[in-house]
Design a protein around this ligand. Structure first.
Ligand code: ZN
Length: 157
């Protein structure tokens, strides 16, 4: 069967869709974000069955489906598990001046990593397994960017 697209050049219309959205962070997310905003403390949740500590916190364990009912205070330093460095500016996304990075960080006391920004590092100064520390924003609003970024932990190589 012939397809009309085989006979003529495709006409492409380009555009941009802006989709503003808002939703509740929920009970677990709200407690987590309030703790970051008001106390500069990271919280995780612990699975009642397997004992795994999740950061960011979850209501239920994705492995054994049990409730993660126990809150656990985590450190504001952690281990950089993996990362990438951004050296070219994206026209719409500029969270920090170049160069900055994105890293998966496993906080002290957590069994899972989470993705966040990396900054204040020397060229070639990042490596998996290194210790990094959180830098909090002065004006915190109750979102994950209340942590501005992570940087190599001071005094620890
Ligand atoms: Zn579990």
């Amino acid at each position: 069967m012939e397809d009309w697209r085989d006979k003529q050049e495709l006409v492409v219309m380009e555009g941009r869709i802006k989709v503003p959205y808002r939703w509740s962070a929920g009970e677990v997310g709200t407690r987590y974000l309030e703790s970051l905003r008001d106390e500069k403390r990271f919280l995780g949740t612990k699975c009642g069955e397997c004992g795994k500590v999740y950061h960011v916190p979850r209501r239920n364990c994705p492995h054994c489906f049990a409730e993660c009912s126990q809150w656990v205070e985590l450190g504001s330093t952690g281990i950089l598990e993996t990362y990438t460095v951004v050296r070219r500016q994206h026209p719409q996304l500029a969270p920090l001046p170049l160069p900055y990075g994105y890293g998966v960080i496993k906080l002290e006391g957590a069994d899972t990593g989470f993705l966040h920004l990396l900054y204040e590092f020397e060229e070639g100064g990042l490596a998996p397994g290194m210790r990094v520390e959180a830098v909090f924003a002065d004006q915190r609003e109750g979102n994950i960017l209340d942590v501005r970024y992570f940087r190599p932990a001071k005094g620890v190589s």
